[in-house]
Design a protein around this ligand. Structure first.
Ligand code: ADE
Ligand code: ZN
Length: 347
């Protein structure tokens, strides 16, 4: 159940993979339209496949699913569908990932991918008043040379892309493998930087993303808890963690929601945000993620409000736009919650 407080709360989503937003019905529809053979007869069979042992077992399905994307209109429709859904959850701003290497390897021209995703993001602003940004994600299982080639190919759109990220199988693919790619992203392209780290990999991967790649945000990052000095640094520097609670449970990073550490990380003073990652695959969009941590971990409306506010302070947007969103969320501050995000102790 989504409470009215969560439903109405203005929020930004900062960790969502467009290819992971394809609903089972859309996968089946696009496969038929494009003559792609999937090992699933219908949407129900796709839904039944959403059972994962770990990150790899999910990624196998994620990479299979994205092969249904063939034409520019497929990329446009996928992006438009996510923004139309997100606006209904009171997401005011979304920064979304695309994995260009997966499409380039299938022979899809880069312009087909980028132009259509950007067009749908622009149209979402005109249609829904919702703002968005595009992040290109490196697939860490491939060599750095492959990532560098991808960055060169997307460079013509560098002013319309907000950042460089990194996903894929984390173990044995440490952030430092991509040090040159991140230097180019920062220095040549002027992009913001983030990387998936500390999802299955340990706190050392978070440290590597922060110090070697100089990432501004950490995607997941939940395993930072293994290193108290690192936690202190993350808190003191206000480095945002884009946490995806339902994803972490589905991929067995935690055995269940009651064991998730998001509450501890929030209470330790880290700048935590709540996100959906790959919503149909993990059983819920952003509001369901907020609801799950409230129900299972007893986080208060005040906690959720603070994390939604963090999503705006962590977004890569202009000061003007940020101030507008911060004014907006101020109107939803739970009564009694003071400026420090805590309720004054009674008596
Ligand atoms: N690609 C899509 N979702 C991902 C995740 N949760 N971790 C790593 N790579 C991904
Ligand atoms: Zn992710």
């Amino acid at each position: 159940m989504i409470s009215p407080f969560i439903a109405n709360l203005p929020k930004a989503e900062l960790h969502m993979h467009l290819e992971g937003s394809l609903e089972p019905e859309t996968l089946i529809k696009l496969a038929a339209r494009n003559g792609i053979r999937l090992p699933y007869a219908d949407a129900e069979a796709v839904q039944c496949a959403y059972q994962f042992d770990n990150l790899k077992s999910f990624l196998d399905l994620f990479y299979l699913g994205l092969t249904v994307l063939q034409k520019g209109s497929d990329f446009y429709e996928m992006t438009a569908a996510y923004f139309a859904r997100a606006v209904r959850e009171n997401v005011r701003h979304a920064e979304v990932f695309i994995s260009p290497q997966a499409h380039l390897r299938r022979g899809i021209p880069i312009a087909v991918v980028i132009e259509n995703v950007l067009a749908a993001i622009d149209d979402a602003r005109a249609r829904h008043g919702m703002t968005g940004g595009l992040i290109v994600g490196i697939q860490r299982q491939f060599d750095e040379s492959d990532a560098l080639a991808m960055i060169q190919l997307v460079k013509p759109w560098r002013d319309r892309i907000i950042g460089l990220g990194m996903g894929g199988p984390e173990l044995d693919n440490p952030p430092s493998k991509f040090a040159r790619a991140y230097d180019i992203a920062r220095c040549d392209c002027g992009w913001h930087t983030m990387a998936h780290a500390g999802e299955e990999g340990g706190a050392d991967y978070v440290r590597d993303a922060l110090h070697t790649l100089k990432c501004e945000r950490i995607d997941h990052g939940v395993r930072c808890e293994g290193d108290p000095d690192l936690m202190r640094e993350l808190a003191e520097r206000g480095v945002p963690l884009t946490v995806c609670p339902m994803s972490n449970c589905m991929l067995k990073v935690f055995p269940d929601m009651a064991s998730h550490n998001i509450r501890r990380l929030h209470e330790a003073g880290l700048r935590i945000t709540v996100n959906s990652d790959d919503p149909p695959y993990f059983g819920g969009y952003i509001n369901e993620n907020y609801a799950a941590i409230q129900t299972e971990l007893g986080m208060s409306d005040g906690d959720l409000w603070q994390m939604a506010r963090n999503s705006f302070t962590s977004a890569f947007i202009s000061d003007d736009l940020r101030n507008r969103y911060l004014q907006d969320i101020e109107r939803h501050r739970p009564s009694g919650l003071n400026q420090h995000g805590t309720f004054p102790i009674a008596g």
